[in-house]
Design a protein around this ligand. Structure first.
Ligand code: S3P
Length: 172
């Protein structure tokens, strides 16, 4: 089984992904972590500073292609990875199930600000810019998703429960 979590920054892809992988006995893979590992950078911010967003998207594409070959995994993608249709294709290859963790913008802001992990989220430094990205991407997240889960109101455990329930429904 290959599950790929997509959604805007702060929707809980990594936290929920780790939890879900644990429960399902699958390996957890994180796209941003893989990008850092492969590029030898300490933070996503460094990649943006050195080569701009285009360098980051290139690194992201390579990492996505490599991770998407894995099986028996839950992959937490990066919020912008679905902008490239080839990444989406790679996520869906080999029966990959793409799950969109939907979140509203205000909750995303609260979560990202609380996590203070701005070094991994250079595109969230400017709130107005982040809002524009959010609005631009909404329809794309929906259209890529095999399954949509509302992640705004509940904590990671409840969301993981819901995903497990839906997976059982799909399997039956
Ligand atoms: C990005 C999201 C980030 C990271 C990078 C770009 C985006 O990942 O890949 O800062 O374009 O939305 P998270 O969604 O895990 O924060």
């Amino acid at each position: 089984m290959k599950i790929v979590l997509i959604g805007f920054m702060g929707c809980g892809k990594s936290t929920i992904g780790r939890l879900l992988a644990d429960r399902l006995g699958l390996e957890f893979l994180d796209l941003d972590a893989r990008i850092l590992q492969e590029s030898g950078n300490d933070s996503i911010n460094d990649i943006f500073k050195r080569g701009g967003e285009s360098a980051f998207r290139q690194a992201e594409k390579q990492a996505a292609a490599a991770l998407a070959l894995a099986d028996d995994v839950v992959i937490a993608s990066g919020g912008g990875s679905i902008l490239d249709p080839e990444n989406v294709r790679a996520f869906k290859d080999n029966s990959g199930l793409v799950i969109y963790l939907r979140i509203d913008f205000d909750t995303a802001v609260n979560r990202v600000q609380k996590s203070q992990d701005i070094s991994q989220r250079p595109l969230f430094k400017d709130l107005e810019n982040a809002r524009i990205l959010f609005e631009q991407r909404l329809a794309l997240y929906e259209s890529c998703a095999d399954l949509v889960i509302d992640s705004s109101k509940s904590g990671p455990d409840v969301i993981a429960d819901e995903i497990e329930r839906k997976l059982r429904e799909i399997a039956s």
